[in-house]
Design a protein around this ligand. Structure first.
Ligand code: SF4
Length: 104
């Protein structure tokens, strides 16, 4: 039985719902603008709220705005259901409606 190669840019999934460990599913991360940035910029501390959280998210999203793989990053977050952090220029609150629709 032959297996067809997925189209370029398609994310193939492993049984657990995560993208399979194929290099092409993760290669976009090599071009990420945040590659050498502290991940704390993208994820809030448990106690972070209000203006502090908003200010961090604005900074993170401004970096995402310069990122050549923003579309792939956002799609990844939606495909795997990333519930936390800024991905592809979107916060968890901004992704929630799309994620909620996919969980049904
Ligand atoms: S879009 Fe933002 S979070 Fe995603 S890889 Fe680029 S800089 Fe990082």
């Amino acid at each position: 039985m032959s297996r067809r190669k997925p189209p370029a840019g398609a994310v193939t999934k492993a049984p657990d719902g995560l993208p399979s460990p194929l290099v092409e599913n993760w290669a976009w991360q090599d071009h990420a603008a945040c590659r050498d940035v502290n991940p704390e910029l993208f994820f809030s501390a448990e106690s972070e709220r209000g203006l502090r959280k908003h200010a961090r998210e604005v900074l993170a999203k401004s970096l995402c705005g310069t990122c050549p793989v923003r579309r792939q990053c956002r799609e990844h977050a939606l495909v795997v259901g990333e519930m936390y952090g800024v991905w592809g220029g979107t916060t968890e609150e901004e992704r929630e409606p799309a994620l909620h629709g996919r969980r049904r």
